[in-house]
Design a protein around this ligand. Sequence first.
Ligand SMILES: Nc1ncnc2c1ncn2[C@@H]1O[C@H](COP(=O)(O)OP(=O)(O)OP(=O)(O)O)[C@@H](O)[C@H]1O
Ligand SMILES: [Mg+2]
Length: 225
Amino acid sequence: MNVLVFASRKGGAGKSTLAAHLATYIAEHSNSTLLIDGDPQGSLSLWHRLRGEEQPALKTSTRSLGQTLERAERDGVEWVIIDTPPDASPPVAEAIRHATLVVIPMRPGLFDLAAVRETIQIARDLGKPYAVVINAAPARRGRQDDAVVADARGALNGLKAPVWSGQITHRPEMTLSLSYGEGVKEYGARSVGAEEIRQLWLALTRTVDAVQAAYRRPGTRRVDA
Ligand SMILES: Nc1ncnc2c1ncn2[C@@H]1O[C@H](COP(=O)(O)OP(=O)(O)OP(=O)(O)O)[C@@H](O)[C@H]1O
Ligand SMILES: [Mg+2]
């Protein structure tokens, strides 16, 4: 079982948005997906009520997270996606402790970078692989990153933080789809947003495969994504 934990101390970075889009994308290919809404704000629970469908399954983390995950594993769940609140509270650290990979969404910008450092530090302290995902970015021109994204990448490189080479662009369909209880691919199968989520999913699965392979090798304690 693979556990993706969406974490960032910065509110509005896109944790719940990316968690919902990815979970619907994965659920299309497998029935064994579980979303855990670990944020008392309940963003994903609200979206799931609007959705009115069982897949992807959603649980709020009222019981101990460890027990919920043990049960999911027994039930044959393949992918667990955990959304967390925008802070560095013990429940966030607890979720990160259970992560196969910590996904840290970040809007490109100075204040966002400052907040992300703290989340990176928690992942590092707990010896957990993590990757920063640039979200809500200005559109690329051809293959060229916008200046604000290039700047953010430079700063993240300075922190030696692994960053996804792609980006999730700021697009109306990323928000509108959620208002209908949908994922972006369900809302617009040929939309740019759907393609970007597909690319993100490919990158995350490759990273998770590498992490799992490294943990299987004797003597390996930690891997950076
Ligand atoms: N790529 C995007 N394009 C357009 N809008 C986006 C994008 N990503 C996020 N948003 C919008 O930004 C707002 C904040 O996103 P979201 O709620 O997912 O952030 P969050 O990190 O979960 O915030 P919080 O920490 O408060 O839970 C939402 O209104 C969401 O629809
Ligand atoms: Mg949220």
